[in-house]
Every structure is written in C-alpha cells, then in structure tokens.
Design a protein around this ligand. Structure first.
Ligand code: COA
Length: 148
C-alpha cells in the first residue's frame, strides 16, 4: 500500500530541514551517543554519489532516508517515518525512491544493516524483498564523534 497523500513531497535535504530531521531521528529512536546526527548530516552532504531525501506532508517533515552507492553496492541509512504516520506505506514509498535512484546509477544490489533485535524493521524489509545474508558485520571507528 502507498499511503502517500496529495500533500506529500519527497525533496532533497536542505539546511532548513536540519533540526526537524534530527528531531525525527530522535523520535524514531535512530540516534546513538556515538553518532553525532549533525556530523552525520554534514558528512552526507559531501557525498556526491548518494541521495538524502526528506518526506514532507504539507509543511511537516515526516520522513527521511539516505541512499549511498560506492561503485559496488548501494546502502540505506536513517530510513525513518514519523511514528504518527507509520504503517501507511510511506516507508515503502521512500525505499522505492531510493531503489529507483540507485538503479538509475547502475547500482546492482543494496546491502543494508538493521540493528540486532529490531524485529519490526526486519519484517518491514522482508516485505520489500530483502533477505538476511550470511555475513558478519565488522566495524572500526576512524573518527570519534564524542570526546572522552
Ligand atoms: C521502518 C519504517 C521506516 C517503516 O515505515 P512505515 O511507513 O511504517 O512502513 P510501511 O507502512 O511502508 O510498510 C511497508 C510494508 O512493511 C510492513 N511492515 C511495516 N511495519 C511492520 C511491522 N512492524 N511488522 C510487520 N510488517 C511491517 C507493512 O505491513 C507493509 O507491507 P504491505 O506493503 O504488505 O502493506 C518505520 O517503522 C520507522 O521509521 N521505524 C523507526 C526507525 C527505524 O528503525 N528505521 C530503520 C533503520 S534500519
């Protein structure tokens, strides 16, 4: 189902949306002490191959998503729909936007990460055709966002 209304617009991120985007991520439980959301936005704005979309209903910011392409795989980050507007097809619509964006750039596959224990979001991605793969996710921090 696509719960988009006639008032809905998907736009590239602009500075005027910054505080609303961060408030949305906080409301959706996406912020973590070790990731400074302001810095994450600044970094994304240096990415010339990717996209950072926001979803507006009228003047209200109710969704966001980042898509990236490294020349081999596509990635998705900060997918969020305001809890007041969830389960109406908007998350699926934002994902379709990202898939179309990445496909148009020749990206053959998306790999994305879901935090362990986030069963609800796993079900969401399964509905969209994503499947769990046998791989271990490794990470190494290069730039700390928080000072000790
Ligand atoms: C993940 C998220 C963006 C989904 O947005 P949404 O607008 O509620 O999702 P949709 O309404 O588009 O759902 C799409 C499909 O997934 C299914 N789905 C959504 N939530 C589900 C759930 N909790 N359990 C099972 N299926 C679910 C829907 O039934 C729908 O299937 P359908 O097409 O057969 O109707 C939203 O839940 C969210 O912002 N969560 C918090 C932030 C987060 O964890 N983001 C993911 C980071 S990896």
């Amino acid at each position: 189902m696509d719960g988009a209304s006639r008032d809905d617009r998907v736009l590239p991120f602009e500075e005027r949306f910054r505080s609303e985007v961060i408030a949305l991520w906080e409301k959706c439980g996406l912020t973590r002490p070790w990731n400074d959301p302001d810095k994450d936005i600044d970094r994304k704005l240096t990415d010339e191959n990717g996209a950072f979309f926001v979803l507006l209903r009228g003047d209200r910011l109710i969704g966001s998503v980042m898509a990236g392409y490294d020349g081999h795989r596509g990635s998705i980050n900060y997918l969020s729909v305001d809890p007041d507007y969830q389960t109406a097809g908007l998350g699926k619509m934002l994902m379709s936007r990202c898939e179309a964006f990445l496909t148009a750039r020749g990206c053959p596959k998306i790999n994305l990460m879901v935090r362990q224990g986030n069963e609800k979001v796993l079900r969401f991605y399964e509905q969209l055709g994503y499947a769990e793969e046998k791989a271990v996710s490794l990470g190494k921090r290069l730039i700390p966002d928080t000072q000790p």
